[in-house]
Design a protein around this ligand. Structure first.
Ligand code: ADP
Length: 474
């Protein structure tokens, strides 16, 4: 288990930082996260600016901003949002001060962060150097080692041949997991348990990675059996202050993709929580982390935990942390980008006290009866669940909305906040039952099955939960 090299106790850095107000923010994204950021801007009295693809011209995120601009005409739907020169030009032509990347799209592209800064604009996120370092699995692991954070044993760099793969497996033993070196979002992973299957599986995983991410290089890691996915939310400022906002448990995953997230992690021993949060802060200090970010860990049954990656951006599940801490992460991101320090924002480690329990369900337009195939079309009827402790973050959840096949199938994030796991689940269950969605299929029946599962309600699920319980799909 882990031994702290030095205790990263909270201290205020007094470095003077230049404060420069942000008057307008362009969100280089779409859908719910664009609206989430517009809402934060609106409350801060900052002008919000949307970009939209031709496919999104009638999408609500465009209308929720103070201004909006078409991007990527003539480009395919996703490419439209990746057009860096055009996004920068829109900012410059319209006197925009800052850019928020949301999640996905350009959010982890160091070249984008750099282009924003080179254009004289503020990037609401970590520095391009840090985005680059954290996006590079090798560099991120090196930083973790240097900061004293335990990592999963793995290859020192990308592996391209089946011979190298076999060599690793012989040396470190099975099981292992193959991961696309240039992939993400839980895609392109493969677990191997038999030595006779190493070479064939490597070839397959590598050619899948090549077609999905344009590069067949792979990482190999020891596969941690029955892990829980626990991650620590961080916030840093330009003066070098870093705080953690406790942890989230994102173990409920389908095919390595998160479905239900919660904060805090149920039954996490205090000692382990303290080690994890201390190490996450230590890592952030080590790399000079500024703005919001997350350090992800896998935790095994014995209580050992291992660093897997840093997400140098806002995450889909940031909401549950906001609910238990009362801190608006997006507003905080904007404020630190302006040059305000965490103490000036009233955000100090000793004052951050988690309250109760929050859970988020990702309601998607996917049909659980058809192997979660995305459904599209017009929403004919829409009624949502409401009431005490329920928060909805969405952008396309209303009668008349057209669900297109071009983008992510996330319809609305439903967040329930209550005093403990059981009551938050009861609230979520009740709210999801109030939903009426006609015209497109959703995964709500599946989510309700999860919420009624005894193991889930006991707070004792690991990342195998969904795959081991196919009855949840019915
Ligand atoms: P991505 O960047 O594609 O999201 P991650 O490295 O964050 O990939 O891993 C996503 C999920 O895959 C984890 O939450 C976990 O469920 C599973 N996973 C990743 N690495 C391992 C490992 N070494 N052992 C067991 N499970 C793993």
């Amino acid at each position: 288990s882990t031994v702290l090299k030095h205790s990263p106790k909270w201290k205020n850095y007094s470095t003077k930082v230049e404060y420069k107000p942000i008057r307008s923010v362009l969100v280089a994204n779409r859908g719910e996260i664009a609206v989430r950021v517009f809402r934060a801007c609106n409350e801060l009295g900052i002008k919000s600016v949307a970009i939209y693809s031709k496919e999104d011209r009638a999408h609500i995120h465009r209308l929720k901003a103070d201004e909006s601009y078409l991007v990527g005409e003539g480009l395919p739907p996703v490419q439209a949002y990746l057009n860096i020169p055009e996004i920068i030009k829109i900012c410059k032509d319209n006197g925009i001060d800052a850019v928020h990347p949301g999640y996905g799209f350009l959010s982890e592209r160091a070249d984008f962060a750099q282009a924003v800064i080179d254009a004289g604009l503020r990037f609401i996120g970590p520095s391009p150097e840090v985005v680059h370092k954290m996006g590079d699995k090798v560099a991120a692991r090196e930083a973790a080692i240097a900061a004293g954070v335990p990592i999963v044993p793995g290859t020192d760099g990308p592996v391209t041949t089946k011979e190298e793969a076999k060599e690793f497996c012989i040396k470190h033993g099975l099981p292992v997991i193959f991961k696309a070196a240039y992939g993400g979002g839980g895609r392109g992973m493969r677990v191997v348990r038999e030595m006779s299957e190493v070479e064939e599986n490597f070839q397959r995983a590598s050619s899948e990675a090549l077609s999905a991410f344009g590069n067949g290089a792979m990482f190999i890691e020891k596969f941690i059996e029955r892990p829980r996915h626990i991650e620590v939310q961080l916030l840093g400022d330009k003066a070098g202050n870093v705080v953690h906002l406790y942890e989230r448990d994102c173990s409920v995953q389908r095919r390595h993709q998160k479905v239900v997230e919660m904060a805090p992690a149920p039954h996490l021993p205090l000692k382990i929580r303290n080690q994890m949060t201390d190490l996450a802060v230590q890592l952030a200090r080590h790399v000079g982390y500024e703005n919001a970010g997350t350090v992800e860990f896998l935790c095994d049954e014995k209580g050992n935990f291992y660093f897997i990656e840093v997400n140098a951006r806002l995450q889909v599940e940031h909401t549950v942390t906001e609910e238990i801490t009362g801190i608006d992460l997006v507003q905080s991101q904007i404020r630190v980008a302006e040059g305000m320090t965490l103490p000036e924002l009233g955000i100090e480690q000793d004052k951050i006290k988690p309250l109760g329990f929050a859970i988020q369900c990702r309601v998607t337009t996917e049909d659980p009866a058809k192997n979660f195939q995305p459904d599209t079309g017009r929403i004919e009827v829409f009624r949502s669940g409401e009431g005490m402790g329920i928060r909805l973050d969405g952008a396309s959840a209303f009668a008349g909305a057209i669900i297109s096949p071009y983008y992510d199938s996330l319809l609305v994030k439903v967040i329930a906040h209550s005093k403990d796991l059981q009551s938050a689940c009861a609230k979520m269950n009740r709210a999801l039952r109030e939903f009426r969605v006609r015209g497109v299929k959703t995964n709500v029946p599946f989510l309700l099955n999860v919420l009624e599962n005894q193991k889930f309600l006991n707070g004792s699920v690991d990342t195998y939960f969904i795959d081991e319980n196919p009855q949840l799909f019915n």
